[in-house]
Design a protein around this ligand. Structure first.
Ligand code: SME
Length: 176
């Protein structure tokens, strides 16, 4: 049964433990539920509360969510479920960190967004960013995007675990 406690993270856990809880809770929530809006919404909540439970820089995350492929386009993303302030509605594959992740199907770990050519500044507070593609049958169906209000907000631990989450989400939803 779905319970809001799934979004509660203990105060003293490591980042790895927080991500493990995100994955475990997500897998539970996805049981007999394959709707992508529903599943990405709960994932955004889990990620947000996980980051907020961790020490800096993770607790300085100011946006966590998803963009999905904007059908019938095959080269544009559209805003999906997220936590944080309102954000850009559509992003071409040729633009920004999200576009780069979608176009190359590879994770973009950006320690300083001002140093990333074409970064889209939805929110001037964002200083660093990680974007992970969600790929099904070799096609990008969505991306995970997390922004941090501190420089160097993300590291290889975030990359490894967000890629695991992307794998889980890819196979747990029916994509339009
Ligand atoms: N900064 C992103 C745009 C999306 S927002 O950060 C939510 C980019 O450059 O693709």
């Amino acid at each position: 049964m779905v319970h809001a406690d799934a979004s509660n993270f203990a105060a003293d856990i490591t980042k790895e433990e927080a991500y493990q809880q995100v994955l475990d809770q997500a897998e539970g929530l996805f049981y007999e539920q394959r709707n992508w809006v529903c599943n990405l919404s709960n994932c955004a909540s889990l990620l947000w509360h996980a980051f907020k439970s961790l020490p800096a820089p993770s607790n300085q995350v100011n946006w966590a969510g998803f963009y999905t492929l904007n059908h019938p386009s095959t080269t544009e993303l559209i805003l999906g479920p997220f936590q944080g302030k309102v954000a850009c509605q559509t992003i071409a594959f040729s633009r920004g960190v999200c576009g780069a992740a979608a176009a190359t199907k590879t994770t973009q770990l950006v320690p300083d967004v001002d140093a990333f050519p074409g970064h889209i500044a939805c929110d001037g507070d964002s200083k660093s960013e990680i974007v992970v593609p969600i790929v099904v049958d070799d096609k990008v169906v969505a991306i995970i995007d997390v922004d941090c209000a501190e420089l160097n907000g993300f590291d290889q631990v975030d990359k490894v675990w967000l890629e695991k989450l992307a794998d889980l989400v890819a196979r747990s939803c029916d994509w339009p």
